[in-house]
Design a protein around this ligand. Structure first.
Ligand SMILES: O=c1ccn([C@@H]2O[C@H](COP(=O)(O)OP(=O)(O)O[C@H]3O[C@H](CO)[C@@H](O)[C@H](O)[C@H]3O)[C@@H](O)[C@H]2O)c(=O)[nH]1
Ligand SMILES: [Mn+2]
Length: 895
């Protein structure tokens, strides 16, 4: 509001400028605010002060309203006026500068010599108000008000910090009521006088200052002896920020360091040649290397790779960054006064960098292959019984989440849990979540529901595995079932799994089949039963059947020796998996672009169950593609994976008996949902078709039909509401999901079905690129990525659907209008459904527009072509003269 009393940047700035305003004192119309400050008001302010939304926080400095310079809008005048006022009040000492709004002259006041105001008004004050106040009190020969005379010849007070203004009631228009004698012969007199402040005013003030001083001493004492424990944080944050800067600077610093080292090597070589007197025939060429700070280096740079050190062609690399910790706790010290580590076990776990061997000609099986290499290397090096898996675009957001997950694993009866899945949460998604990237209906609805069955799907990241379950064994509790099943002659239970009695796995371990299944590493084979035992819940009670003996986890480990590291390197070689069951039955399963779903499915199929762990604070967070094209490609990849599953032996129809009925249904849905796009597309054209032809999907709208339709619709809506209420998904999120369901259903899902069929029928493989992520903080606009428009053929079907529906509405409308016998009900019915389809496609249309609605030309070309085709189609299907019924327009004929 114009009369706001909030201090703001501009008032501060105004006061700063006020000190320069010296030579032309002037006071504009002002108002005292409740906080005691003064804000000036322009005429416009006063008029609009009742309007609450006049926000003047954002403003630009405007030239004051003079007759030769009329302001553009009232808000900016308010700004200026306020600023000016502050200048003036400062000049006059900040007190008593109270001019009431009603002093304002209705006429614009005339001030001849303010031409400069056009250029620079910031250092000037406004002129004194018009002829009906002080200006007539006393003017000198230049027509200016003479303060000197006024000061000594009136009773006005004009002391330090005091300006005198005539009382309100005496303001009778001529501004003059005290006698003023225009006597220019008077001798010189001081320009000011000092009037002492009455002690009634100054004493309480001084008292308060004294009290404050004393209390402040107490306060400082208290503050020093009560240090801020958050200091929890600030130091760590500062160190983290510095760390981040160092990490982000690495590419640059490594390159510069390498350049310097390479240049030095070249110089050395040159010197060597010179000294030895030989002149090389060719120019000296040192093999360039990448140099690390500790002096280690390897051939090749990022720009020019060297053989054996190229992307996709290099030996396995394994670097132990942190050695395994000691078995005993290592308490920290009270290093500094801020953070006390004396109660903290400061051991850090072993930390190893792994890059598996890659050679051209080998199928590395992407992420699944990478995960399997990691599983083997870690089995040899540390053999932790639980494995946390995070995507490279995810990070830990809640350091306690892993412990929460462990509670399920370690609980009584937790021995048959194969993994704990945490919801995927994302950062950097636009606030309106245009393309339903948060996927809340899935993560807060479906996944929670699955938690009540056999457990949530594995979604590829934010998942904690039981290592033993990854090795393709059955859950311990399945033994009993299996033995019983065998007794009953029912031996089709899990035919692919050898009867590994995991409950007694440690005793009757048959090492002979291990190389065949797990590959040729003895250390890996030996680690398996250990991982199994170590992963069991604590057996501190006779009732716990599969418990581990207390204390076994505390047994000291073998220190890491060279042979162990060598073994770990050997299990990440690219031929290690040859003729083994890795990717087939063991570890991450190969053969689908959504390896995650299949991997989880295989475990559920063996009878393992999983747990969905929703922590209060998000456990992990990751990034997601936020522009339309990348999002569609992501969905396309997921849907293609689903189609692959549908056409593979992982189709839930073929699942084992251990897969519970509803769980199976859920997995079936995973495989089938892309196919629903075929029906969805047909439905999207139906409203337009009925608008064009006047026919509906049923011949007549009978009461029975309407009632069924109504009941089904109401059921759907109520179900949706219940679901939304139960899952905590907000209605807007739900709607985003609905919208994106239609968008992806008519584009990516359709393409996935076609691609899947191509693969199955013609054996044509599908290749995918990594999902691209938004650049994030590097950009000025963090959502800049949202507006990127990349044309993709995936977009054709939704565009066609949108165009057809729009044209259908227009055509049917005009037909109805021009019809001699308009059937509005038919038009409204059809148009309603058309609009419904269009409402779903709205985010898609926005996505095509890009920023500020810059639509790519190709979209226009397409739209044009489609419009022409449809017009021709319309002509073709339009009823001819004499026919009856067809067409909304009835008897309207075209052309
Ligand atoms: O050749 C590859 C390709 C991918 N990855 C990893 O796989 C992750 C997933 O790939 P991304 O491009 O991020 O795909 P998204 O669509 O974001 O991933 C979702 O969908 C994938 C396939 O269903 C799952 O694997 C992911 O965990 C899940 O977050 C990446 O972060 C990498 O860590 C590899 O290690 N090697
Ligand atoms: Mn990802």
């Amino acid at each position: 509001m114009a009369s706001s009393n909030q201090p703001s940047k501009k008032s501060l700035r105004g006061s700063g400028e006020g000190s320069n305003a010296g030579d032309k004192p002037g006071i504009k119309f002002a108002r005292r605010t409740s906080s005691g400050r003064y804000v000036s008001l322009s005429k416009e302010d006063i008029e609009m002060s009742s309007e609450p939304s006049a926000d003047y926080m954002n403003y630009t400095v405007h030239i004051p309203p003079t007759p030769d310079n009329q302001p553009m809008d009232s808000t900016s005048v308010a700004m200026k006026a306020e600023e000016q006022y502050v200048s003036n009040s400062l000049f006059t000492g900040g007190f008593n500068s109270v001019t009431r709004a009603h002093l304002m002259d209705k006429e614009p006041y005339k001030v001849g010599d303010y031409d400069d105001d056009h250029n620079d008004n910031s250092h000037r004050a406004l002129p004194l108000p018009g002829p009906n106040n002080m200006s007539v009190m006393k003017r000198n020969q230049n027509g200016e008000f003479d303060h000197n005379k006024w000061l000594f010849e009136t009773k006005g007070t004009y002391g330090v910090g005091n300006a005198y203004w005539p009382p309100e009631d005496e303001d009778d228009g001529d501004g003059m009521h005290e006698g003023v004698f225009d006597d220019s012969d008077k001798p010189w007199k001081p320009l000011c006088r000092v009037i002492p402040i009455p002690s009634g005013i100054i004493s309480p003030y001084r008292l308060l200052i004294a009290v404050r001083l004393v209390v402040m001493c107490f306060f400082l004492h208290w503050r020093v002896f009560h240090p801020n424990v958050d200091a929890d944080r600030r130091r760590v944050k500062r160190e983290y920020d510095e760390f981040k800067v160092r990490i982000n600077g690495l590419p640059d610093s490594i390159r510069r360091r390498s350049d310097a080292f390479n240049a030095r090597e070249e110089m050395k070589m040159m010197k060597h040649f010179k000294e030895s007197g030989s002149n090389p025939a060719e120019p000296i060429r040192v093999l360039k290397a990448t140099w690390m700070a500790d002096g280690t280096h390897w051939p090749g740079t990022w720009l020019s790779a060297s053989s054996e050190h190229a992307k996709g062609d290099h030996a396995g690399i394994l670097q132990v960054m942190l050695k395994p910790p000691s078995p005993d706790p290592l308490m920290g010290s009270r290093e500094d006064k801020i953070i006390d580590y004396s109660e903290v076990d400061t051991r850090l776990p072993m930390f190893v960098y792994v890059s598996r061997e890659k050679r051209p000609g080998y199928d590395h099986n992407k992420k699944a292959g990478a995960m399997n290499a990691l599983v083997r290397a870690s089995a040899v090096l540390s053999n932790g019984p639980f494995i946390l898996n995070l995507d490279c675009d995810h990070y830990i957001y809640n350091c306690k989440a892993i412990r929460e997950g462990m509670c399920f694993m370690m609980d009584r009866g937790g021995e048959d849990i194969c993994y704990i899945q945490f919801p995927q949460r994302f950062e950097g998604i636009d606030p309106s979540d245009r393309y339903a990237n948060h996927n809340t209906v899935f993560f807060d609805g479906n996944m929670r529901a699955l938690d009540g069955l056999q457990g949530p799907f594995y979604v590829g990241t934010g998942c904690m595995f039981r290592r033993f379950a990854l090795y393709g064994f059955d859950p311990p509790s399945a033994d009993w079932e299996m033995k019983n099943a065998k007794k009953n002659g029912d031996d089709d239970v899990d035919e692919t799994t050898p009867a590994l009695n995991s409950g007694q796995y440690d005793q009757d371990l048959d090492v002979h089949f291990l190389p065949k299944r797990f590959g040729n590493s003895t250390k890996l084979a030996e680690s398996i039963p250990i991982a199994e035992i170590q992963g069991r819940p604590l057996g501190d009670h006779p009732a716990i059947k599969y418990g581990r003996k207390p204390g076994i986890l505390r047994e000291p480990r073998q220190p890491l020796d060279a042979s162990t590291v060598a073994e770990a390197v050997s299990v990440i070689s690219c031929w290690y998996e040859d003729k083994t069951e890795w990717g087939e039955r063991i570890g991450w399963i190969y053969g689908s672009v959504t390896e995650d779903v299949v991997t989880g499915y295989r475990m559920h199929n063996r009878g393992w169950r999983s747990v969905y762990c929703v922590t209060k604070r998000d456990a992990f967070r990751g990034s997601a593609p936020i522009n339309l094209t990348d999002r569609l490609h992501q969905v396309l990849r997921w849907a293609t994976g689903s189609v692959e599953i549908f056409f593979s032996k992982n189709n839930a129809f073929l699942g084992s008996k251990r897969l519970k009925v509803l769980q199976r249904l859920a997995y079936l849905n995973v495989g089938i949902y892309p196919f629903t796009s075929l029906f969805l597309i047909v439905y999207c054209f139906l409203p337009a078709l009925s608008l064009f032809t006047g026919y509906f999907i049923v011949q007549t709208l009978s009461i029975a039909f309407l009632i069924y339709l109504l009941i089904m619709t109401v059921c759907l809506v109520v179900l949706a509401i219940l679901e939304v209420k139960w899952s905590g998904v907000e209605l807007e999120q739900w709607w985003r999901n609905e919208q994106f369901w239609l968008i992806s259903g008519t584009s990516a899902h359709l393409a996935a079905v076609l691609q899947g069929l191509l693969k199955v029928i013609a054996g044509i493989e599908i290749s995918f690129t990594l999902t691209s992520k938004s650049a994030g903080e590097d950009n000025d606009d963090i959502f800049a990525d949202l507006y990127i428009v990349k044309w993709s053929s995936l977009m054709i079907p939704p565009i066609v659907i949108a165009m057809v529906n729009i044209i259908a509405i227009i055509v049917a409308f005009s037909r109805t209008i021009y019809s001699a016998n308009p059937q509005w009900s038919k038009f409204i019915g059809g148009a309603f459904f058309s609009f419904w389809v269009l409402a779903h496609l709205y985010p898609f249309a926005k996505g095509l527009m890009g920023r500020r609605g810059k639509t790519p030309t190709i979209v226009y070309v397409w739209s044009g072509l489609i419009a022409i085709t449809l017009s021709l189609l319309w002509v073709a299907i339009s009823p001819t003269k004499g026919s009856n019924g067809a067409g909304t327009g009835g008897d309207f004929q075209f052309p």
